[in-house]
Write a protein that binds this ligand. Structure first.
Ligand code: ADP
Length: 418
């Protein structure tokens, strides 16, 4: 099938979040982890390339994104999407603006939109300010994120230092007046040389208006939710068949491993609520004594009981560890430990992996050499089960972004495959 839509995501959970929302349409969605080394042969209508570039140096993020764009173009994609987190995880040295500008140049377009809103998960944008539930982003738990602490909520202010061209806003009052009004507003901004337009959205109905207004443009950027209406819109335009295939549900061996490296408040609650066997990794102990104790614990677990290994900790504890080890070093140490435990689990027969944390998921998926996933049922908004062959074995993996899912997420994920 010819690819219509090609997305580039800055992390693995974000990519699977977008894939899950697109797969709600019933159309086949394929997720590639990293830029495929060979040219496209069997691409799906919706192709997503997951990079692990959220906190990478700018030049690296830009060159990987351009390589991904080339692959998606070769697959036939005509509409492109740059996917980042619904909490806009990005420091002033971040990659959202630079990658958008590089993609705009490569696609020869003068303007793009920025809409990380995800109302089903409580992310909304009003007057350019991003909210998490009822809190401003900068007052939400995101202010304590281990890698990208968000201390400003204003998307224009966050974007301006990351871009060379001008930043503007299409506010909710414009969006609420519908597709034609929004299109006219965007055209007016373009006349004023405004290349980067933050677009307000507080509900799915706003996202539908935005998607319709921008569906013909070469490049959209945002969280996953603004892309949700696109399959339906492409269907209306005759770009896709009307009768999508049914959701994929292969049988997968029940041996399960849960790995959590996310320190978000939601993940903390999910770890606390899990009533299966659980083991906490302490980064300081890992550095001093290595991984043997955790590996020994795992080797004694019944894998059908879905053991949980987690480094998840509260903000104060993360801060203490970071002061001792350094922020990036602590993150890398934990990611390496959880990846090794995933490999140990796989070698002992684990075929279902539940991973919490964007960076963590990227590290684990890379260690397991997963290069391609097909998307199945959603467990929670933006968190689908995905299917992959790992060393010739059929496996299921779900990758949860830190803040997603309800408190019972780990059990919900297990039950969804039962
Ligand atoms: P999220 O999706 O919540 O942002 P990530 O996995 O992307 O989660 O990021 C969390 C980062 O914090 C990872 O790099 C992880 O290795 C690191 N980390 C996890 N536990 C700890 C800890 N106890 N102390 C310090 N850093 C930690």
């Amino acid at each position: 099938m010819t690819t219509i839509f090609g997305a580039i995501a800055d992390d693995f959970t974000g990519a699977s979040d977008l894939a899950g929302l697109l797969a709600r349409s019933g159309h086949q969605v394929c997720l590639r982890l990293g830029v495929p080394s060979s040219p496209p042969t069997d691409s799906s209508a919706f192709e997503i390339i997951a990079l692990k570039c959220r906190t990478a140096p700018v030049y690296e993020a830009v060159s990987e994104s351009l390589a991904a764009l080339d692959w998606l173009k070769a697959a036939g994609a005509q509409h492109f999407f740059w996917k980042y987190c619904s909490t806009f995880d990005s420091t002033p040295a971040g990659n959202i603006g630079p990658v958008a500008e590089a993609l705009m140049a490569a696609l020869d377009t003068d303007q793009t939109i920025y809409c990380p809103a995800f109302p089903e998960n409580g992310r909304s944008i009003f007057m350019g300010n991003l909210f998490v539930g009822q809190q401003l982003l900068s007052e939400s738990p995101m202010k304590h994120h281990p890698l990208t602490p968000m201390t400003d909520s204003n998307l224009m202010r966050l974007l301006a230092p990351q871009t060379t061209a001008k930043v503007g806003l299409a506010d909710r009052l414009v969006v609420a007046q519908g597709e034609a009004h929004l299109k006219a507003h965007l055209a007016k901004l373009q006349d004023d040389d405004i290349a980067h337009v933050v677009v307000d959205a507080v509900a799915n109905a706003d996202l539908e208006i935005i998607a319709r207004a921008y569906a013909d443009a070469p490049l959209m950027t945002g969280g996953s939710a603004v892309a949700m209406a696109l399959p339906h819109i492409y269907q209306e335009k005759g770009l896709l068949p009307d009768t999508p295939a049914s959701a994929l549900r292969p049988h997968i061996d029940e041996r399960t491993l849960i790995l959590s490296g996310s320190c978000s408040e939601m993940t903390q609650a999910q770890v606390a609520a899990y009533d299966g066997p659980a083991y906490q990794l302490d980064p300081l102990e890992l550095q001093a004594d290595g991984l043997a104790k955790a590996q020994d614990w795992l080797s004694r677990q019944k894998l059908a009981d879905a053991p949980l290994l987690y480094a998840t900790a509260a903000a104060e504890s993360v801060q203490k560890v970071q002061q001792r080890l350094g922020r990036d070093e602590a993150g890398a140490l934990v990611e390496a430990a959880l990846s090794q435990l995933a490999e140990d689990g796989f070698n002992r027969g684990v075929r279902r992996f539940i991973i919490a944390g964007g960076e963590t998921s990227g590290a684990v998926a890379q260690r397991l050499n997963i290069d391609q996933l097909v998307i199945g049922d959603e467990i929670a908004p933006g968190v689908p089960w995905c299917y992959a062959d790992i060393a010739g074995q059929h496996c299921a993996i779900t990758m949860k972004s830190g803040n997603f899912g309800q408190t019972g997420f780990f059990s919900d994920a297990i039950n969804r495959l039962s």
